[in-house]
Design a protein around this ligand. Sequence first.
Ligand code: SF4
Ligand code: SF4
Ligand code: SF4
Length: 250
Amino acid sequence: MAKLKCAWFDFTSCEGCQVELTNFGEPFFELLNFIEPVEFREVMSEKTTEQIDISFIEGSFTREEDRKRLEDIRARSNVVVAYGACAVTGGINALKNHMDDYKDCVYGKDKDMPHLDSQLAKPISAAIKVDYEVAGCPMNRDEFVQIVSQIVHGTARVYTPSYPVCVECKLRETLCRYDDGDHCLGMVARAGCGAPCPADGIPCEACRGMVKDANQDSLVETLESKGKLSRQRAESKSRMFTANFRGDAK
Ligand code: SF4
Ligand code: SF4
Ligand code: SF4
């Protein structure tokens, strides 16, 4: 069986999902029996202009000038996989969609340099058709391996739980962060990760996005009343990874 030619492309991101992939170890080495990387900036210098079997896209769509590059990738790819929160939802980059002064905060006196110009942070699917998505910040290893394995075998079916992270947290019998004097976004966060963060004693930040019809007003109230956060902090927590889910998203 011929190996599938795979290419990795990055847009607005920290490239942490590429790094995460290189940390997969054995599961990634197993995949290399079936796929052949032909472009992957973090690990090789070669580039390709040829047809690609699977393109993996990391990062958000934040600049109109990136649309042409995305369309070219789409035209050359049999399958496009958006991976990581930045690519799937806009991720943490979408925080700027709610701020007017982010350029001052981040770039200071250099804020007007032309290469720093960008618009709203959007998912890759806002620019091109995406066939599969791997959520999480960084992306979830098991989901990535499962999707790629299934594409390789021609039977890709992606199951995304519709329930919140609290369900997986309860199944693990983890002490609720609220019962430990902390806060958490697990009740509105999209499950599928297995709730590793509360199990490690830290709050879920909803890095995989929100469940459908999440009650965001109640979330802020709960973070404030039960999580003991200030109103301002509760508001900012509620959109850390989910800014594009908020009703007031631009
Ligand atoms: S999803 Fe997270 S780890 Fe991945 S590129 Fe975006 S910010 Fe970095
Ligand atoms: S710790 Fe978070 S995810 Fe777990 S039950 Fe409590 S609110 Fe839900
Ligand atoms: S528990 Fe929450 S923050 Fe942690 S990986 Fe899952 S969705 Fe992301």
